[in-house]
Design a protein around this ligand. Structure first.
Ligand code: AHG
Ligand code: MN
Ligand code: MN
Length: 339
């Protein structure tokens, strides 16, 4: 008789891994668990987005006369509520909020952690049933007590203690790192649990996928234009031409490239010298994950994780994915330095 296979849930895995940190008191584990629970609630709403009238602009009323919330606002509220009531987080910074959200409650005044979050990434894909996600990043606080401060939030990516993302895709997955490798969990909707499905994820050293919004070609720096042309050339030895894949949700594009190998690029343009993507909510967490999986994340001339943020919502150009492909893009930028 076949013995049933052992399933490891996210909750069990987090507790098992806590032993890796002998002096930890379990706060980070609880914080990750809270994020996992909020992700399940967001997933439930994402899944029924086409059924109930949750789509549409904020301010519209549904048939019950209630205010209709857009999913990105709903997701933002869910994560903020989970992190506020959990007691492990002293301040939140969200892509959806102009200012930081210091947590003023009694249970959080000695909380050790800071959370930066993009509650719904790829929001332009919500209404068309295409993969979207959540990206988060966790830091240790710098301030000494009470609600967290802006300084707690403006730390370089190298200071992250954990980072992760959720993709609400053909299945829902949560992928995270605490600096000891990357592990992926798939939500089994029949039991409502994230189950370990992708242990010790590694990004292939190289790949045949490039992901960039080619519609903006004319605006790209010279090195990026030349790299795109390189990807399109015919060369058996390097398996070119490469495949172009661009979903328009960074988290989903990143996830595919993490598994298959590839490079995702969102460069600067003359109009947007810092590109579009946000350092604290999108680039730093994915950079931490990719490095933990053996890949690389660059702003063109250096490591994303080494940028010291000066503004919560600051942007950065990003080249992220398989190490050899990222390095090659950097080479092209060096070789063709023009704008
Ligand atoms: P968000 O939905 O959080 O605002 O992020 C959208 C981002 C990112 O997910 C995606 O890769 C990028 O915007 C797409 O931008 P373009 O439409 O300019 O390609
Ligand atoms: Mn985003
Ligand atoms: Mn967003």
């Amino acid at each position: 008789m076949n013995r049933p296979r052992k399933v490891t849930t996210l909750g069990q895995f987090i507790i098992e891994r806590q032993r890796d940190f002998p002096f930890a008191k379990g706060e980070l584990s609880r914080l990750l668990r809270d994020i996992g629970i909020a992700a399940k609630i967001v997933n439930r709403e994402v899944n029924k987005a086409g059924l109930v009238d949750i789509l549409g602009s904020t301010g519209r009323e549904n048939i019950q006369g209630e205010d209709v919330k857009k999913l990105d606002i709903f997701a933002n509220e869910q994560f903020i509520a989970a992190l506020t009531s959990g007691g492990e987080c002293c301040v939140i910074a969200s892509e959806e909020n102009e200012e930081i959200i210091p947590i003023e409650t009694e249970i959080s005044k000695n909380a050790k952690y800071v959370v930066m979050i993009d509650p719904l990434d790829g929001s332009s894909n919500i209404d068309v049933n295409v993969s979207i996600g959540t990206i988060f990043s966790i830091y240790r606080r710098k301030s000494l007590g009470g609600p967290g401060t802006l300084e707690d939030c403006l730390q370089a990516g190298t200071e992250q203690v954990a980072a992760g993302y959720v993709v609400y895709g053909s299945s829902t997955m949560l992928v995270y790192t605490t600096g000891r490798g990357v592990n992926g969990f798939t939500l089994d909707p029949s039991i409502g649990e994230f189950c370990l499905s992708h242990p010790e994820m590694r990004v292939p050293e190289t790949g045949v996928i490039y992901s960039i919004n080619e519609g903006n070609y004319i605006k790209f720096p010279e090195g990026i234009k030349k790299y795109i042309k390189y990807c399109q050339e015919d060369d058996k030895a390097t398996s070119r031409p490469y495949s172009s894949r661009y979903i328009g949700s960074m988290v989903a594009d990143f996830h595919r490239n993490l598994i298959k190998g590839g490079v995702f690029i969102y460069p600067q343009t003359q109009k947007s010298p810092n590109g579009k993507l946000r350092l604290c909510y999108e680039c730093n967490p994915l950079a931490f994950i990719v490095e933990q999986a053996g890949g690389k994340a660059s702003h063109g001339t250096g490591r994303i994780l080494e940028i010291t943020p000066t503004d919560l919502h600051q942007r950065t150009p990003i080249i992220i994915g398989s190490v050899k492909m990222v390095e090659q893009v950097e080479d092209f930028l060096r070789q063709y330095p023009g704008n």
